[in-house]
Design a protein around this ligand. Structure first.
Ligand SMILES: CC(C)(COP(=O)(O)OP(=O)(O)OC[C@H]1O[C@@H](n2cnc3c(N)ncnc32)[C@H](O)[C@@H]1OP(=O)(O)O)[C@@H](O)C(=O)NCCC(=O)NCCS
Length: 148
């Protein structure tokens, strides 16, 4: 599902050559994230997965934690369900669950195309950044934060 979403929806802000090289990295299955207990899917009555996303205490790829802060992780909506509130519904659930664990601030390393989505959820763009993906690859992104 993430592959279907990223491969079609990132094309508005990234060129073909960059996408072809980074897609295998950014759509790779992440068992740690999938089993963390705070990564969610939203599915419809036909049990089709419409979207996914979640949060972790840890900064992606590390064990670093900052008290009161959490990171939003890997939000994606299937292209068939875009613009129907799927991402917002998953975010609202994240917010409820994170607040129960005394999280007061979300941090997000956002793809360029998702800035408008995160802004509508209350995030502010702090700076441009490159997410290092290894093997000499990186993804131009945005550091965004929201008080919750
Ligand atoms: C970003 C993404 C998850 C948004 O999912 P979605 O389910 O379509 O979002 P929603 O329908 O819940 O939209 C929530 C709000 O964001 C706004 N929004 C989302 N995408 C938008 C776009 N491309 N242009 C303008 N507004 C947009 C909606 O208008 C809506 O605002 P409203 O509730 O005030 O009307 C989806 O576009 C996606 O999967 N993109 C590719 C993967 C990606 O880049 N993920 C982010 C990784 S950091």
């Amino acid at each position: 599902m993430i592959r279907a979403s990223f491969s079609s929806l990132l094309t508005s802000m990234y060129d073909d050559i960059s996408l072809t090289s980074v897609l295998p990295q950014i759509t790779r299955i992440n068992p740690t994230l999938l089993s963390c207990g705070t990564y969610y899917i939203l599915q419809n009555e036909k049990t089709k997965i419409m979207g996914c996303g979640g949060w972790t205490h840890e900064r992606p790829g590390t064990t670093e934690r900052i008290i009161g802060e959490a990171h939003l992780r890997h939000f994606a909506t299937h292209p068939d369900f875009i613009g129907r509130g799927v991402g917002r519904a998953i975010f609202n659930h994240c917010k409820i669950m994170a607040k129960k664990e005394n999280i007061r601030r979300f941090i997000c390393f956002a793809t360029l195309n998702a800035e408008i989505f995160y802004k509508s959820l209350g995030f502010k763009t702090k700076k441009s950044m490159n997410i290092e993906l290894g093997e000499g690859l990186s993804l131009p992104s945005l550091l965004m934060t929201a008080d919750i």
